[in-house]
Write a protein of this length. Structure first.
Length: 307
């Protein structure tokens, strides 16, 4: 489990220690994963400009002197099950809200969308809910946030509204404070220096998948994932063998690139990130295999870690 000390100055008020789960939800591409990474002070959730980059529920942990906040990142909710993967990802997004003590609905500061309203309608009744209006750094006039907040308030009774920029960190400490004061009193669930509930092995697969998403751009096969075949953890070395799984034969050369150039770049960039994450030297080998129909078979999806 990656560890570290995030630089988060704000503390909740009150003398009792508080601990609980905060679900970060929203439609695709509103910056949920960027926000999670900012909240805990280290990258544990991958990001890209492609929709549905996040496919798993990932917990990020922030421990303050008076509270431990367990933030749950989740896939963007789409609300239409065109494939088995779409249905699984929507269930994962909704499942993050069900057991959470607080729900943070993240929207884009540039406007309230019909898709935002669809996510708001799924929030369990009576659950403490905070509206995080993200990407304020992308609007020239901060007054433009007011009508967005007013429109959102007509769709859901939010307990607090916090304009933020996950990219720059602006007012993220205020969001932390709003979340912390709404958590129940309780003992912490993780060690004080823990940052996530996920293993290095899981994060290695995610980092490789991030490079796949970023380097392939519009050529990215949506039906692709990463499997860790072998993960050997030594004191100053990680030996990792991974497979990029695609759905069709025609997708394999896309991932490989001319003369294997593209997969070499994927592996090189992933290795550099993994060395930063683990603090060790990384030997990484990445392969590509074709397995037809895996992304539209819920049993296959479960076997590859999709819930």
């Amino acid at each position: 489990m990656p560890r570290g000390r995030p630089d988060l100055p704000r503390e909740p008020a009150g003398g009792d220690f508080r601990c609980g789960e905060i679900a970060i939800v929203g439609r695709p591409n509103v910056g949920k994963s960027t926000l999670l990474n900012r909240l805990i002070g280290q990258k544990v959730s991958i990001t890209s400009r492609k929709p549905q980059t996040t496919r798993h529920r990932i917990a990020g942990v922030t421990t303050l002197p008076q509270a431990q906040l367990v933030f749950l990142d989740s896939p963007g909710y789409r609300g239409h099950g065109a494939s088995a993967m779409d249905r699984v990802l929507d269930r994962t997004a909704l499942g993050a809200m069900e057991g959470a003590d607080v729900v943070v609905l993240v929207i884009d500061a540039r406007g309230w969308k019909r898709e935002d309203a669809a996510v708001a309608a799924m929030i369990p009744k009576g659950r403490a809910t905070i509206l995080a209006i993200n990407k304020t750094d992308r609007i020239a006039d901060s007054a433009r946030v007011l009508p967005v907040a007013a429109t959102a308030a007509q769709a859901h009774p939010f307990d607090a509204v916090v304009p933020i920029s996950a990219q720059t960190g602006d007012r993220v400490d205020a969001l932390i404070a709003e979340c912390a004061r709404r958590l129940p009193v309780g003992e912490r669930r993780f060690d004080g220096d823990a940052l996530t509930d996920r293993s290095e092995r899981f994060l290695a697969a995610e980092i490789i998948r991030e490079k796949l998403f970023r380097l392939l751009g519009d050529e990215l096969p949506y039906q692709s994932t990463v499997i860790i075949d072998q993960y050997e953890e030594l004191p100053r070395l990680r030996r990792i063998f991974a497979t990029i799984l695609v759905d069709r034969d025609a997708q394999r050369p896309i991932v490989l690139g001319a003369g294997g150039e593209r997969i070499k770049r994927i592996a090189t960039q992933a290795r550099l990130d993994l060395e930063v994450m683990t603090g060790a030297r990384v030997h990484l080998e990445v392969f590509v295999k074709v397995r037809g129909g895996w992304a539209d078979d819920e049993r296959s999806l479960r076997s590859y870690g999709y819930q």
